[in-house]
Design a protein around this ligand. Structure first.
Ligand code: WTA
Length: 635
């Protein structure tokens, strides 16, 4: 299925133009030529952006797992669908063919049905990165239950909040999970969460760590015996195109997490199309995305996108630093990975370590390497390009969000010339625009604006679970009629986009718009610096001034801090201009990060402002202890 594959730059422009001129025709063709439908659509798209009402493939009937699995069986039933690489490299990896995946998902679907789960019910999946996570997720989709995968690093209170928000009827978890040299008591966390979750009737427990757990009579059951007994014959529910496929929570900048709702057909078409084009997947390639299935990147590019294309996808249970910093490279070598997709935070962490870790492996199987989740700074881009991609593999810097379902802006490998720190061009179907504060479209180059999309695409989230008003207000009200991403971006002279960071991170200093990302780039290029984060704080004359939190490399730790601060500012002045110099620099040992690796700038902003009163919700922080350390360092 590569009838939608773009094969050269000219064709990209042609496809792009077609997709803008007649989006209906463009998506109609892709949808009808590449998928199995029970019934086709009456209308390709129906929308009212001002009201945030969007429907794709109206009245079509489909099941996404039929397209992820069953459709491939005739020709590639024996092809490997999933490779599971365990946390501990001494444990054997496993692989499942499409035939085996079909059997496992069908059995699991029948288990869910036998436990009273019906179409439309919500099921919370709180599992480590083990095959059961993929199987349970797909089994929900098969019977039309709405999966709500919660990253298995969230605390009991965060799990409870997510379960209650969407009133899940069931939780699927495991006795425990492995992450590096840690064992996590997942069942214990679920037990604690469920004290406050009246909607949950049943809990199914997979075995992973073989730890002793409490099983609550009448509520909890071991998964394996149920699966064993279940039939492997499951017909797959007939779903409407707009039936919800899943809910995935994303942290708002404030307040409670937003349960983004993705529906069936549009998400299917969009993840399949973008996977094929952004990663240049070719038959027999092995694709590895290092994200967790608990995040959108894992949903779209570990599971759905690859499986819809009949690809081989790797599920990795571990972390990049265990048993040592060569783990990623070892896994690439072991499974002959062709496409590798990871996050800048991981790249920076690995780049800090000795080059020997990566140079030990030839990595010659790699063809395309990708980045996602935050702006990739120039230094990390080059390290990735030089040492992982060997300057042969295009770096696809992919910009998108939980809300967008799939990648919106990215180079197409071997076609779009890459440019460090630029996500480059919108994919076909994506009508990106930059807006200024007066709500006018920005035409000029190198001017930072709010990145918006002015026409719907099939993968866009349809609502926030239980709160359509919040959905409309958050995404469709700032620039009426347009989807507002909350990110800032600029365009260069050829139309390439560079994402400058969240719009709330654009700081206006003396009337100049400064994105935090380019300043951080500049600082990070200083040889003594490992990582940094910039926030704004109020300043009497300039309006705002810049505050930098800087983590030093070991070499920097030994140096005189006052001199280093001067050098860093000189570096910024050299790279961006004196206007971007920092008023204050604080050297810290770490930055407050969410479990998905994002810096929680809201907290840094408060510290920079000297407001220590209330840091808001810090439950999603990976390292909450760092907050006090930074705060005390400031006083
Ligand atoms: C940021 C992850 C710069 C951005 C798929 C966005 C990026 C947020 C990039 C969404 C990129 C993601 N360059 N910034 N290539 N990719 N972002 O919902 O700020 O976890 O709004 O989705 O990550 O994060 P989310």
């Amino acid at each position: 299925m590569s009838r939608y594959k773009i094969s050269n730059f000219e064709e990209y422009f042609k496809e792009y133009k077609k997709s803008i001129k007649d989006p209906k025709k463009f998506w109609d063709k892709i949808a009808s030529e590449n998928f199995t439908w029970y019934q086709e659509w009456d209308k390709v798209v129906d929308f009212n952006m001002a009201e945030a009402e969007i429907k794709w493939f109206v009245d079509a009937k489909v099941n996404i797992t039929k397209n992820c699995i069953d459709r491939h069986l005739a020709k590639k039933g024996d092809k490997t669908a999933i490779i599971f690489e365990p946390n501990n490299p001494d444990e054997a990896s496993q692989s499942f063919t499409y035939n085996e995946l079909h059997q496992k998902v069908s059995k699991m679907a029948n288990v869910l049905l036998s436990q009273g789960i019906q179409k439309g019910d919500r099921v919370c999946i709180y599992l480590p990165m083990i095959p059961e996570l993929a199987i349970a997720t797909l089994a929900c989709a098969r019977i039309g239950a709405i999966h709500s995968v919660v990253f298995a690093g969230f605390s009991a209170s965060a799990v409870a909040a997510r379960i209650n928000d969407s009133e899940c009827k069931m939780v699927i978890t495991s006795d425990g999970g492995y992450r590096g040299n840690k064992t996590i008591d997942l069942k214990g966390i679920v037990d604690e969460a469920l004290v406050n979750c009246p909607s949950v009737e049943k809990v199914l427990v997979a075995k992973r760590t073989n730890t002793d757990v409490q099983m609550k009579e009448g509520r909890d059951q071991w998964l394996a015996p149920l699966v064993e007994k279940a039939s492997d014959n499951n017909a797959a529910e007939i779903m409407d195109a707009e039936d919800p496929l899943f809910i995935l929570y994303t942290s708002g900048s404030t307040g409670k997490p937003k349960g983004m709702v993705h529906t069936t057909a549009g998400y299917m078409v969009y993840t399949a199309y973008t996977f094929q084009n952004v990663f240049n997947y070719e038959e027999n390639d092995v694709f590895w995305c290092t994200a967790d299935i608990g995040w959108i990147t894992g949903h779209s590019y570990i599971l759905y996108g690859p499986l819809l294309n009949g690809a081989t996808t790797v599920i990795f249970e571990g972390v990049p630093s265990y048993p040592d910093f060569s783990r990623f490279w070892e896994v690439i070598e072991k499974h002959k990975v062709n496409q590798f997709y990871t996050a800048p935070t991981a790249i920076r962490a690995l780049a800090k370590e000795s080059l020997d870790y990566v140079q030990k492996y030839p990595l010659s199987s790699l063809k395309v390497i990708g980045s996602v989740g935050e702006p990739i700074n120039e230094e990390a881009w080059h390290w990735y390009n030089d040492h992982v991609g060997g300057k042969r593999c295009p770096v696809v810097d992919t910009w998108w969000q939980t809300e967008t379902g799939g990648i919106l802006i990215s180079p197409i490998p071997f076609i779009t010339p890459t440019k460090p720190t630029y996500a480059t061009l919108p994919l076909p179907g994506i009508q990106a625009v930059l807006m200024d504060e007066k709500r006018n479209e920005i035409e000029d180059n190198q001017v930072v604006g709010s990145l918006c999309i002015k026409f719907p695409w099939p993968g866009i989230a349809r609502t926030i679970w239980g709160d359509h008003k919040r959905y409309k207000e958050t995404y469709f009200s700032t620039f009426p009629g347009k989807y507002f991403s909350g990110d800032g971006a600029l365009r260069d002279e050829v139309g390439y986009y560079r994402i400058t960071g969240r719009v709330d991170d654009v700081i206006i200093v003396s009337g100049h718009n400064l994105g935090t990302a380019p300043i951080e780039d500049a600082i990070n290029e200083h040889p003594a610096v490992a990582e940094s984060a910039i926030v704004g704080f109020p300043h009497d004359i300039k309006g705002n001034a810049l505050y930098g939190f800087v983590i030093l490399k070991e070499t920097g730790e030994k140096r005189d801090k006052a001199n280093l601060a001067k050098e860093i500012n000189q570096h910024i002045a050299d790279h961006i201009g004196p206007i971007a110099k920092l008023d204050k620099i604080q050297f810290v040992s770490g930055l407050p990060k969410t479990r998905s690796g994002k810096i929680m700038r809201r907290i840094l902003r408060k510290i920079a402002e000297g407001d220590f009163s209330n840091f808001g919700d810090t439950t999603t922080l990976l390292n909450p202890e760092i907050v006090d350390e930074i705060k005390n360092g400031k006083i």
